[in-house]
Write a protein that binds this ligand. Structure first.
Ligand SMILES: Cc1cc2nc3c(=O)[nH]c(=O)nc-3n(C[C@H](O)[C@H](O)[C@H](O)COP(=O)(O)O)c2cc1C
Length: 446
C-alpha cells in the first residue's frame, strides 16, 4: 500500500490559533456542553481521522500588561482550559475508532498520576489513547503547582526523560495476560504476572505496580513537539508522533529529515515516527469564497488579543511596546523559556516580507493562525496542497487547526477527505481497532 497520510484534529476552545474562533458566526456557543466535544470527535471519526487532540496550558495567560484581563476579556488561547482527559473520556463514549490524544506535563504531574489517568483512558477506550508529553514553559504555570519558578529548560527535559521512563514502566507492570477473572477458581488477577516497577531517578521515584491492566494497544501512543535541540533529542527517543510548525515546505522538510536522522541514530526505525505539521485549512465552495473567508479571519483579528497570546508564548510583555516596532528588533530579545520556537516562526514570517514587518503586522498574522500555514481553496485545492506537502516528504500528516468549531472539522471531513481518498493518500476505512493499528505503529511488547 502506498504511504498513507496521518490526520489529527486539534480540539481547542474557545480558540485555537485564530484568536477570534469563538466569535466566528459559524462557531458553536455551547462551549461547556459535552455535546460539543462529542460531536467534534464523531465528525472527525466520520472523516476517518487518526486522532482528536487536546493541548493543555494549565495557566490563564497573564504576561500581557502583567494581568490576565486581555486573555479573559477577548477569549484568546488559554481563557478556558478544560482538563483534557475528562473531555477525551466523553469523546471516547461517543466514538469507537478515533484516537484520543491528551497533554500532560512531566514538570508538574507525578508519573503514577499520568500513567493511571491515561492508562485508564486507554483501557476504557479499547486502546485509543495518546499522550502529548510536554515540559511546560514558565513560572506562572509553576505557581499553580506549588513552586515560584519553573526548572530550567534542560533540567525539565532531564526530568521528562525520567517521568517517561517511569510512566512507560508502569504501563508495562502488568503482563498482557495478567487478568483472569475466573468465577470458578476465584482467581481475579494472576499476581505472578504483575510486577513492581521500583523506579528511582534523580527527579522521580515510584514503586508501582499500576492499578490497572494493559490496554488493547499495550500502552498509549507517545507524542511530542519539542523544537530546541534538547527537545528534539527527547522527541527522537520517545516520540511516535511529532508535531512541527513550519512556514515553508522547505522548513518542514528540513525538520522532518532532522527528526528522522536523530531517530535512526538512536537505533529506532524512522518509519515508526509520524511527523505531523500544523496547517490551518480555509475551505470554500469556490476559491474566491475561500479567499473571502481568509480575509474575514484576517480582518476580525484583535491585535491586543494576539499580543496577549504572543506575550505568553515569548514571556515578554508586549503591551507597552510601540506597535510600529520592527519585529526583527524584538526577535533579538527573545531568549526566554519557550520563546525560541516563536522567535524562529516570527523570523520566517518576517522573511516573507521584503522590508520586514512591524509588531502590529506580526500580531495580525499571529492572531489569524498563530503563524500556522494557511491552506486556502476549495476542498479539492486544499487536498491537493496537502498531498503535495505529503509527497514532498515535508510531513507524514497534518494537524488540522480549526478556525470554526466544529465547522472546520465538518467541512474538512466532507469536502477534503474524499479528494485525499481519491488521490490514494488517505484511508477509506479504519485499519484495525486500536490507535497503534490505525497509525501503523508497532505494538508494544515489553
Ligand atoms: C502542535 C503543538 C502543540 C503543543 N502543545 C502544547 C501543550 O499542550 N502544552 C504545552 O505546555 N506545550 C505545548 N507545546 C509546546 C511544545 O511542547 C514545546 O515545548 C515547544 O514546541 C518548544 O520546544 P522546546 O520545549 O524544545 O523548547 C506544543 C507545541 C506544538 C507545536
Amino acid at each position: 500500500m502506498p504511504r498513507q497520510m496521518t490526520l489529527i484534529g486539534f480540539y481547542k476552545i474557545p480558540t485555537a490559533h485564530y484568536t477570534g474562533m469563538w466569535r466566528h458566526p459559524h462557531s458553536a456557543t455551547n462551549l461547556l456542553d459535552p455535546a460539543l466535544p462529542m460531536h467534534a470527535a464523531k465528525v472527525l471519526e466520520e472523516g476517518l481521522f487518526d486522532m482528536i487532540f487536546m493541548s493543555d496550558g494549565i495557566v490563564t495567560p497573564a504576561t500581557f500588561g502583567d494581568r490576565f484581563d486581555e486573555t479573559l476579556r477577548s477569549g484568546s488561547q488559554g481563557a478556558l482550559e478544560l482538563e483534557p482527559s475528562v473531555v477525551l473520556s466523553m469523546m471516547a463514549t461517543a466514538t469507537s475508532r478515533i484516537g484520543l490524544g491528551g497533554t500532560m506535563s512531566t514538570t508538574f504531574m507525578p508519573p503514577f498520576h499520568i500513567a493511571r489517568i491515561l492508562g485508564s483512558l486507554d483501557v476504557l477506550s479499547g486502546g485509543r489513547a495518546a499522550w502529548n508529553i510536554v515540559t511546560s514553559h514558565n513560572d506562572v504555570q509553576a505557581q499553580n503547582f506549588g513552586s515560584d519558578t519553573i526548572l530550567p529548560a534542560d533540567q525539565r527535559y532531564d526530568r521528562a526523560d525520567e517521568v517517561t521512563e517511569a510512566v512507560t514502566g508502569l504501563w508495562s507492570s502488568w503482563e498482557a495476560d495478567a487478568v483472569v477473572v475466573d468465577k470458578q477458581t476465584g482467581v481475579f488477577v494472576d499476581p505472578e504476572k504483575v510486577h513492581h516497577v521500583d523506579y528511582e531517578g534523580e527527579h522521580v521515584k515510584v514503586r508501582g505496580p499500576l492499578s490497572i491492566p494493559r490496554s488493547a494497544q499495550g500502552r498509549p501512543v507517545l507524542m511530542q513537539a519539542g523544537s530546541s535541540n534538547r527537545g528534539m533529542e527527547f522527541g527522537a527517543r520517545w516520540g511516535e508522533i511529532i508535531f512541527v510548525m513550519g512556514h515553508t515546505p522547505e522548513a518542514l522538510h528540513k525538520q522532518r529529515a532532522a527528526m528522522r536522522a536523530k531517530v535512526a541514530e538512536l537505533g529506532r526505525n524512522p518509519d515508526d515516527l509520524k511527523v505531523a505539521a500544523l496547517v490551518q485549512p480555509i475551505i470554500g465552495e469556490t476559491e474566491a469564497i475561500a479567499r473571502e473567508k481568509q480575509e474575514f479571519i484576517r480582518s476580525t483579528v484583535s491585535v491586543d488579543a494576539a499580543l496577549a497570546v504572543l506575550s505568553a508564548h515569548t514571556g515578554i510583555d508586549l503591551s507597552a511596546m510601540p506597535r510600529d516596532t520592527a519585529v526583527s528588533a524584538i526577535v533579538d530579545q527573545l531568549g526566554g523559556p519557550g520563546a525560541r520556537g516563536t522567535a524562529a516562526l516570527l523570523n520566517q514570517a518576517n522573511d516573507a516580507g521584503t522590508d520586514g514587518i512591524t509588531l502590529e503586522e506580526a500580531a495580525r498574522k499571529f492572531g489569524a493562525s498563530g503563524l500556522t500555514p494557511q491552506v486556502v481553496g476549495t476542498g479539492e485545492q486544499v487536498a491537493e496542497q496537502l498531498r503535495e506537502l505529503f509527497d514532498a516528504e515535508a510531513a507524514d500528516g497534518f494537524m488540522i487547526d480549526p478556525t470554526e468549531m466544529p465547522g472546520t472539522f465538518e467541512s474538512f471531513t466532507r469536502a477534503v477527505v474524499p479528494h485525499l481518498q481519491r488521490m490514494g493518500v488517505f484511508r477509506t476505512a479504519y485499519a484495525g481497532e486500536t490507535l497503534r493499528d490505525v497509525l501503523g505503529l508497532p505494538s508494544v511488547v515489553s
